[in-house]
Design a protein around this ligand. Structure first.
Ligand code: AMP
Length: 407
């Protein structure tokens, strides 16, 4: 919905700045679905850190925060998925004492919420301990809505789900609902790429499969000037054009589609760039023998696992020319050190372009992992916090959690 002007024409995107939270209780859907180790310690607190500006703004206004989230995929109530495990980490990050209640609806939760004073924070127990959460149950949503005066959605990671706490609960706050800073920033970043971005606009799509990116490609062909197709995906295009790809990963049943995409791109004046050379390996392993070959002349028994030097140089020039850059998916098997160069070099180019004033958005799955692993996080304009939500946004889909606030 957010990219379809017809849908949002007369809708004002309400954010935290439209409200004064003094003496108000904000019911905030955050995404605290963080990874825990076997000692129940948080191993990556990015999502908690990302929610901090929203929480602090509300506290500084003189309001209080009731935080609700899911954690993992519990089957009923399972202690290992209790949000109490993260209380200390949230306290450390926010610098404020956290009150925790081991329920998210009902009398206990309502009493804890009612007793909350301005400046205080209450963390509710895992929403998914109730199956009604994922079912988007109306009664459960209504119970949640009793806890706060203003509903704030700041969980981009679950905005593509029509769950009780992400979407349905908004119905009970017809006027008093808004986006948190994080979610607003995610929306703005995607809009900058798909709608308002300065030209030339470049999308780099990599990763393993054409099939998982096809809807994205079709949606963005109308919005970009350049499209780089890299990684495992590129071999389906090369084979479809008659190239020899050896043992490289390929989706034979998507060859027609690949040719059709190239045709559509041409008709839409989008310049498509596919690697011209690759690092070919004789096995899928870090100790493989490798050679640089043309991408359409990969010998039998060898497979393309990374972009070659000529491709890296060509991609660098395209990135440097671009004013708006979207990056989704690695250019090679970056998890293996030997095959990470193409992805690292692309990251370097995007970092340099960003330094020169381009807007760069990295989002959706493995490119985020790569950006973090190789230290580019602070060198690009924005790294999305949502995997599936980002992919669905790029596909041009309506995200129910966003639509519910815009209504
Ligand atoms: P995706 O989740 O679709 O973005 O795919 C990411 C995965 O694609 C990563 O795990 C990469 O290792 C993999 N990948 C990238 N390039 C290749 C390639 N040439 N051959 C096999 N896998 C690849």
């Amino acid at each position: 919905m957010i990219y379809n002007e017809k849908n949002i024409k007369h809708k004002h995107m309400k954010t935290l700045n439209d409200f004064n939270f003094e003496n108000k209780k904000a019911l905030i859907r955050v995404d605290f679905n963080v990874p825990l180790n076997d000692k129940f310690e948080v191993t990556d607190a990015t999502r908690i850190v990302s929610a901090k500006p929203t929480i602090i703004k509300i506290l500084e206004d003189g309001g209080s925060c009731i935080l609700m989230s899911h954690l993992g995929r519990p089957k009923g109530v399972q202690d290992q998925f209790s949000l109490r495990h993260i209380v200390n980490k949230v306290e450390d990050i926010l610098g404020v004492e956290i009150k925790f209640v081991d329920e998210c609806v009902g009398e206990k939760a309502e009493t804890a919420a009612a007793n909350l004073k301005p400046g205080e924070i209450l963390l509710l127990e895992n929403l998914r301990f109730h199956k009604e959460e994922e079912a988007g149950d109306k009664g459960f949503s209504e119970q949640l809505s009793k806890l706060g005066d203003i509903y704030v959605n700041d969980a981009f990671g679950t905005a593509h789900r029509a769950h009780a706490s992400t979407t349905i609960v908004a119905e009970f706050f017809p006027k008093n609902k808004c986006f948190g800073y994080l979610l607003a920033q995610e929306i703005e970043s995607i809009e900058k790429v798909l709608k308002t971005g300065e030209k030339p606009v470049l999308a780099v799509l990599g990763g393993a499969k054409v099939s998982s990116k096809i809807t994205i490609i079709e949606n963005i062909l109308d919005k970009v000037d350049h499209l780089i197709i890299g990684g495992g995906m590129s071999f389906t295009f090369i084979k479809a054009q008659g190239g020899k790809i050896g043992n490289s990963i390929c989706e034979d049943d998507k060859q027609e589609l690949a040719l059709d995409i190239l045709k559509q791109a041409k008709a839409k004046n989008v310049q498509v760039h596919i690697p011209v050379d690759v690092v070919a390996a004789d096995k899928f392993s870090n100790d493989a023998n490798t050679q640089i070959v043309d991408i359409d002349k990969i010998p039998d028994g060898w497979e393309g696992v990374d972009a070659g030097p000529k491709s890296i140089a060509i991609f660098h020039d395209i990135v440097m020319e671009s004013k708006t850059i979207l990056w989704n998916g690695p250019l090679g098997v970056f998890e293996m050190e030997k095959f990470a160069k193409g992805t690292i070099e692309l990251g370097n180019s995007i970092a340099e372009a960003t330094k020169n004033g381009a807007f760069s958005l990295v989002g959706g799955g493995d490119s985020v992992a790569a950006v973090k692993q190789f230290g580019f996080e602070d060198k690009v304009s924005y790294v999305s916090t949502g995997g599936g939500a980002m992919l669905e946004s790029l596909e041009g889909k309506t995200l129910p959690g966003i639509a519910a606030i815009l209504e």
